[in-house]
Design a binder for this molecule. Structure first.
Ligand code: ADP
Length: 212
């Protein structure tokens, strides 16, 4: 099963993609997580990406394609994968077709639909664990004990790009560059549109139904 998640920032892509990956026993490949790791480790990629990400802009296609190409070549991705955050531009989508072999067979693209107004509120209350990547929401899904991660006790933080200015920029970029990617897959009849508004469990059920 090769699954691609498309959705605006804060649509729940990461949360749902992680759940689906453990259900299907395939790797969850999040380009955002990979970039954040590179930033934390201070690698060359990380140093290039950090200021771009903080402003809510896209990291250049060439760099992203290289990162994803390398990741998909690893043995664990052979049986399938869930891609979260890639492709985000038409150039990336066309390149991915070549990497996965014009990807119609076994490819499903899930688009999570969440209106822009809901996004800003969701994201400014989002917190993540810098250790394990767990995602919380201060109102809807807070950690059990104040501001520390349920799994490892690390202090949960707001991502540097989860401020209102960067979120609005990321939404603009999503509409301009990524919505055409959804249309690209729609034309290939592999797109499934799923309502992303509602409790995490309900959205997950909708996702599973749309894949059945
Ligand atoms: P979100 O979907 O919540 O905006 P992600 O964690 O998927 O966040 O990505 C965070 C940032 O990483 C993006 O705003 C962008 O700067 C960069 N990024 C991630 N994936 C890509 C990609 N495929 N192409 C370009 N930039 C990317």
């Amino acid at each position: 099963m090769k699954i691609i998640f498309i959705g605006p920032p804060g649509s729940g892509k990461g949360t749902q993609a992680k759940r689906l990956a453990s259900r299907l026993e395939v790797p969850h490949i999040s380009t955002g997580d990979m970039l954040r790791e590179a930033v934390a480790e201070g690698t060359e990629v990380g140093r290039k990406a950090a200021p771009i990400m903080a402003l809510g802009h896209l990291v250049p296609d060439d760099l992203m394609i290289e990162i994803v190409d390398e990741r998909l070549a690893k043995a664990d991705a052979a049986k399938g994968f869930i891609l979260d955050g890639f492709p985000r531009t038409l150039v990336q989508a066309e390149k991915l077709d070549r990497i996965v072999g014009n990807g119609k067979i076994g490819l499903r693209v899930l688009q999570l639909l969440v209106p822009d107004e809901a996004i800003v509120r969701r994201i400014t209350l989002r917190r993540t664990c810098p250790q394990c990547g767990a995602i919380y929401h201060l109102e809807n899904q807070p950690p059990a004990s104040d501001s520390v991660c349920d799994r490892d006790g690390a202090e949960v933080i707001a991502r540097p790009d989860d401020n209102e200015t960067a979120v609005r920029k990321r939404l603009d970029v999503f509409h301009r560059d990524t919505v055409p990617v959804a249309s690209y897959y729609k034309a290939k009849s592999v797109l499934r549109e799923v309502d992303g508004v509602g409790p995490v469990d309900e959205v997950f059920e909708r996702i599973e139904k749309s894949l059945a």
